[in-house]
Design a protein around this ligand. Structure first.
Ligand SMILES: NC(=O)c1ccc[n+]([C@@H]2O[C@H](COP(=O)([O-])OP(=O)(O)OC[C@H]3O[C@@H](n4cnc5c(N)ncnc54)[C@H](O)[C@@H]3O)[C@@H](O)[C@H]2O)c1
Length: 316
């Protein structure tokens, strides 16, 4: 039976992954951890663990007999551009400590990479699984280095490292943590509350996206995949849809006819978006472990609006 540690568990992805893992494997078999304290009423084991602190990571793995780590602690793209030195320390520092503890304790490790691991010289359309990766952001630098480090720990030490390159993740639970695709979450809150959203990216900025239930499916399925079928192991391209701010606004307008979008472009985040692909080719994930997303733009938009209407208690 698996005993799982999730680092960075209180973030946008972790706060949804932990309950799903607990439902699947049992509440006591999933230890959530973060450098923040959980909200009151959260049940299930929780530990304060700074991923960059080798003693804290080793201690929690040993005390709970952990054999699988979902390592989610990181600074996201926009925040990492504001604090590049801190981003290096957290993103690379925590990954190195987690991989070292995994090596010594024979743990499997899931590490999410990102579309941020690509750069301006990467082919933008149908971006291949194996291609040029010369990112121009600190986030991207840590993601490419992370992908390589995970590959290294697998072929050099036999650590069962696996991962996917997530696109922008859209969800109605915990707010996003400061990424370039956050607009695709904010737009829903503002559409419901004010019928108006000012977008920080240009109307035609096309990026890959995925609804949270599909992100959960990808993380769990790649970890449960038959090892013998995995050729790539780390950093599988996965995607579910791609759209521009203009296109998602049009889809929201089908449900909220008076919705208005305007634009005040943020130079830093626009430059990041311009350096990323428009659409990923995720055929390796489909072939090697049967990846298949469930939600497209229309079904994601309907589900987001229904859930946020309930959460914000506003009729649309
Ligand atoms: N959300 C997305 O759209 C997206 C897209 C691609 C990849 N990813 C990747 O998925 C992972 C999780 O992303 P997220 O959106 O949940 O991020 P988030 O910013 O919402 O959450 C990150 C969590 O890590 C915690 N943390 C920060 N420093 C820490 C440290 N030193 N030790 C332990 N915890 C620490 C934070 O408190 C936070 O709860 C990251 O690796 C991110 O790069 C996310």
């Amino acid at each position: 039976m698996e005993k799982i540690l999730v680092t960075g568990a209180l973030g946008q992805i972790g706060s949804e992954l932990v309950p799903i893992l607990r439902e699947r494997y049992g509440v006591d078999r999933v230890v959530a951890s973060d450098v923040r304290m959980p909200p009151r009423g959260d049940d299930g084991p929780f530990e304060f663990v700074d991923g960059t602190n080798p003693r804290q990571v080793q201690d929690v793995v040993q005390r709970h007999s952990i054999d699988t780590i979902y390592h989610l602690a990181a600074l996201l793209s926009a925040i990492a551009e504001q604090k590049p030195q801190v981003a290096w320390e957290i993103n690379m520092g925590s990954l190195y400590q987690v991989l070292e503890v995994a090596r010594r304790n024979r743990c499997a490790v899931f590490v999410p990479s990102s579309i941020g691991a690509f750069g301006p010289s990467t082919p933008k359309d149908d971006t291949p699984q194996d291609t040029l990766q010369r990112p121009t952001t600190m986030y991207g630098v840590t993601k490419v280095a992370g992908e390589l480090l995970c590959d290294y720990y697998h072929h050099r030490f036999g650590v069962d490292t696996r991962g996917v390159r997530f696109p922008g993740i859209i969800s109605h639970g915990a707010p996003p943590g400061g990424g370039t695709t956050d607009y695709a979450v904010e737009i829903f809150y503002e559409a419901i509350r004010h019928r108006h959203y000012t977008c920080f990216l240009k109307p035609d900025s096309r990026l890959d996206m995925m609804y949270m239930p599909d992100a959960m499916k990808a993380a769990i399925e790649v970890m449960e995949a038959d090892t013998g079928r995995l050729v790539h192991r780390n950093a599988f391209n996965v995607t579910a849809m791609n759209f521009t701010p203009e296109e998602i606004a049009a889809e929201i307008r089908r449900h909220i006819p008076g919705f208005v979008i305007d634009y005040k472009v943020d130079r830093v985040r626009q430059a990041i978006a311009d350096s990323w692909p428009h659409s990923l080719d995720d055929s390796a994930a489909r072939e090697e472990w049967g990846w298949q997303p469930t939600f497209d733009l229309a079904s994601m938009t309907r589900d987001m609006l229904e859930n946020l209407e309930r959460k914000l208690q506003v009729d649309i």
